[in-house]
Design a protein around this ligand. Structure first.
Ligand SMILES: Nc1ncnc2c1ncn2[C@@H]1O[C@H](COP(=O)(O)OP(=O)(O)OP(=O)(O)O)[C@@H](O)[C@H]1O
Ligand SMILES: [Mg+2]
Length: 310
């Protein structure tokens, strides 16, 4: 070590901020306890995997984190503040998500879909929007420019003017990510982002998640593709029947016999072999979201995620 290098004491390292903290989250549907007292935390810049067999409660837990469901018990804090269980409040606080069953505005172009995500950060009041005042025009131009940047970021720069419904399944998933990024989140929740993708698209999605982290975001990703999960995540949490079975580094979780047993022990074992290529859900492309959801989330009267997938 030369005299000019300044050794850094451990205390000089910037503290890692805890972004999300969920404590004792419970979600009951009648007699079914889909999420059964989950504690879960995400630190700044982390990529966390959420795995578990079909019906483990992964999507339901995302719905609890994002205000789509009001948890039966427990609390969710973001940057130290208790989150109000309303989708728009959660989006404004800095959490964005994509959906297991793609929810895009099918008859809008790619760039328009991303612009919809952006509107939660624009300030044009109702009057200026109706009258198309100067602020409206400026914000609309900026929103469109930002949407184009985000499309280029996710690799859809050339598809900006294509209708969402005409995009390939993999591209629709990337478009959902661009729309989520348009809300300027600090935490991005991805529900099966590579489902239906071919290996090449899955590799591109891995790269994209690393680039999203480089932007300073933390990511939580639900996936059944274990090769993808163990290759992209810093930490992996495995849920079974609504509870945390185990949690650790990819190496720790991969070699935990209880995880393999959890996958083999489900009815979906014929499709998933608990091998590094586990993929158990196959949801068909669907681009059916109704307009009017400025945060890109499902209208309240839409079928639940669960209703759609089963
Ligand atoms: N709105 C709902 N009403 C009733 N039961 C529900 C509802 N949403 C989810 N469930 C049930 O909660 C359990 C957890 O479902 P969830 O969709 O969260 O599982 P998952 O881990 O995401 O599974 P998958 O890997 O198949 O997507 C399941 O038994 C499901 O049927
Ligand atoms: Mg799910």
């Amino acid at each position: 070590m030369t005299a000019t290098t300044t050794p850094q004491s451990p205390s000089a390292a910037p503290p890692v901020e805890q972004l999300l903290q969920a404590r004792g989250v419970v979600m009951r549907f009648g007699g079914l306890v889909a999420v059964d007292g989950i504690d879960f935390a995400v630190n700044e810049g982390e990529i966390v995997g959420l795995i578990g067999p079909n019906g483990a409660g992964k999507t339901t837990f995302f719905n609890c984190l994002t205000g789509m469901y009001r948890p039966t018990a427990g609390e969710v804090r973001f940057l130290g503040r208790r989150l109000s269980p309303r989708p728009q409040a959660v989006t404004k606080a800095g959490i964005a998500r994509t959906f297991q069953n793609i929810r895009l505005f099918a008859n809008m172009t790619a760039v328009e879909n991303v612009m919809v995500g952006r509107y939660c950060r624009t300030r044009t009041g109702a009057l200026s929007a109706i009258l198309h005042g100067p602020r409206y025009h400026r914000e609309e131009r900026e929103t469109r420019e930002r949407a184009h940047e985000l499309l280029a970021f996710v690799g859809l720069g050339r598809s900006a003017d294509h209708l969402a419904r005409n995009l390939s399944y993999g591209d629709q998933r990337r478009l959902e990510m661009a729309r989520a990024l348009a809300t300027d989140p600090r935490l991005l929740l991805l529900d099966e982002p590579t489902a239906g993708m071919n290996p090449q698209e899955t590799r591109a999605a891995t790269e994209l998640i690393f680039r999203i982290r480089e932007l300073g975001l933390a990511v939580v990703v639900i996936e059944h593709d274990m090769r993808f999960i163990f290759g992209v995540c810093d930490r992996v949490v495995c849920l079974v029947r609504g509870k945390t079975l185990t949690e650790g580094t990819p190496d720790q979780v991969q070699s935990d016999p209880r995880v393999i047993e959890a996958y083999i022990g489900t009815g979906s074992a014929s499709e998933s072999h608990a091998s590094p290529d586990v993929r158990t859900s196959a949801d068909p492309p669907a681009t059916t979201e109704q307009p009017g959801q400025s945060d890109g989330r499902a209208p309240a009267d839409e079928p639940t995620e669960d209703g759609e997938q089963r």
